[in-house]
Design a protein around this ligand. Structure first.
Ligand SMILES: N[C@@H](CCC(=O)N[C@@H](CS)C(=O)NCC(=O)O)C(=O)O
Length: 217
């Protein structure tokens, strides 16, 4: 099976797919799209939303559907887990955490090498509609950091050493892909237990955040 993944480097939903590919040891062609490219995703799926997986029989447009599709041997038990009560609770925690992380990281993501002048302006304009001016996000940074730290304290208690489990699983992929974005925020510092956890996940997933930008995959 040939896989082509269209993705953004900063996007946590894209990162979870990349981590899954890495964990399962499956090769794929990586295409990092500029954020202001509306045509490519719309031509593929009818909407501008990544990640998109193109495979031999068609295209898939939702991160969890993609992960489930490529996990042919059901190593991560995604179909079983994703409709459980436990999963609903986890998604709720993740949505809250992700929202604060986005407010902290977005003003910095746009200055990473993934963006050029046009895609930066496009991203900022689009995201400021929902989130408010990035200048304000930066001003409110302290309170976002406090919120994230409180949430991370709770999450730390659930690491056994993986999320609510002694073995690595899909929750770890989903959690780590959100947390990874915080490494670009200079004012934020991970506690050493969360940092060590993320390095473990990185290792298991053979994951290198910038690798796709360097074009080495
Ligand atoms: N439910 C989707 C969410 C994907 C998503 O939100 N993608 C964002 C990037 S983080 C996107 O493509 N946004 C495009 C835009 O708003 O222009 C999934 O899990 O794949």
């Amino acid at each position: 099976m040939n896989y082509t993944l269209y993705h953004y480097v900063h996007c946590p939903f894209c990162l979870r797919v990349r981590m899954t590919f890495g964990y399962l040891g499956i090769a794929y062609t990586s295409i990092v799209l500029p954020y202001d490219d509306e045509k490519t995703p719309t031509d593929l799926t009818g909407k501008k939303m990544l990640p998109i997986l193109k495979h031999d029989q068609g295209v898939i447009n939702e991160s969890l559907d993609i992960m489930q599709f490529i996990d042919k041997k059901d190593v991560l038990s995604i179909p079983n887990k994703r409709f459980s009560l436990e999963f609903k609770d986890f998604e709720f925690i993740l949505a809250k955490l992700g929202n604060t992380i986005h407010s902290l990281a977005m003003p910095y993501w746009i200055f990473t090498p993934e963006f050029d002048e046009n895609s930066r302006a496009y991203f900022k304009k689009k995201r400021e509609v929902k989130r408010g001016p990035f200048q304000e996000l930066l001003k409110n940074q302290k309170s976002f950091i406090q919120t994230v730290n409180m949430d991370l304290l709770e999450i730390s208690k659930s690491l056994q050493p993986f999320y609510q489990s002694s073995t690595f699983g899909v929750f770890d992929i989903m959690l780590a892909s959100h947390l990874w974005g915080l490494y670009v925020v200079p004012e934020f510092q991970f506690s050493s237990d969360i940092h060590q956890y993320l390095l473990k996940v990185k290792d298991l997933c053979h994951f290198n955040y910038h690798q796709d930008l360097w074009g080495k995959i």
